[in-house]
Write a protein that binds this ligand. Structure first.
Ligand SMILES: [Fe+2]
Length: 245
């Protein structure tokens, strides 16, 4: 659905730059080379990832060839393939994108707060957008206060469930705890609900097949003053296939 609609959406809404988290685009886990290429062709400028970044070996080739266009969480071991941030020259000036991963209810990683303090002095772009891939809203909101006035926008991913707490913080940083997923909402976070329920209730195996019904493209649209790097507005979007999108 995203590949089908993104070019037209970019034009009609005058979207200049698109960031997409692609960690689960290939059958719900990881990202293959063809999927990356089709999303890039459809109009995603920079891809972020998260805890599923290394689920498919293709990611190593993608980091080799397109390391400035697809990134992994910054607060990973320094030996981990890929980079945690990127900076792209655009007609609107430099845009930096940073990817972070949370530590609450997730596999261990380095301190994401300290990692931001280390990386921010290295970034020359005024427009800095952070994808904080994390489970807990508390950790994401805490990061928002850590970065208020220091980045343009901080949005959460990973829960697949959109939150309704979008706001501009006092020092000008746009924030939302989770932008939701592009996927099938008649599901348990994108997977066949029946099978997920079976595992919860019995502890027995059931394949977590990707659900297909009630597909929505969810995300946010930011309006940014590129001369200051401050966000003017943040709006949630949820485009439904049922609406003819
Ligand atoms: Fe994730």
């Amino acid at each position: 659905m995203l590949v089908r609609i993104l070019q037209d959406y970019r034009k009609s809404e005058k979207i200049d730059f698109v960031i997409g988290n692609v960690e689960n685009v290939t059958e719900g886990s990881g990202v293959s080379q063809p999927a990356f290429k089709s999303l890039r062709g459809a109009g995603i400028d920079v891809c972020t990832t998260g805890d599923h970044v290394y689920r498919r070996a293709d990611i190593l080739k993608l980091f080799d060839r397109y390391g400035d266009l697809i990134i992994r969480p910054l607060n990973y071991p320094k030996e981990a393939a890929g980079e945690g941030w990127t900076q792209i020259e655009t007609p609107f000036g430099l845009i930096a994108v940073v990817n972070l991963q949370g530590r609450v209810f997730m596999d261990p990683s380095d301190d994401p707060f300290a990692a931001m303090d280390v990386v921010l002095p290295k970034i020359s772009a005024k427009t800095i957008i952070v994808d904080f891939h994390a489970e807990a809203t508390s950790e994401k909101r805490a990061m928002a206060w850590h970065l208020d006035g220091r980045v343009t926008a901080l949005f959460g991913t990973h829960t697949h469930v959109p939150t309704a707490d979008e706001e501009i913080l006092p020092q000008g940083t746009a924030y939302i705890s989770d932008i939701g997923m592009c996927g099938a909402y008649r599901s348990v976070i994108g997977r066949n609900a029946h099978n997920v329920l079976k595992v919860f209730r019995t502890k027995m195996y059931a394949p977590f097949t990707v659900a297909r019904d009630d597909v929505r493209v969810c995300g946010i649209v930011l309006d940014i003053d590129e001369s200051t790097g401050r966000a003017r507005s943040i709006d949630r979007i949820a485009l439904r296939a049922d609406d003819g999108a």
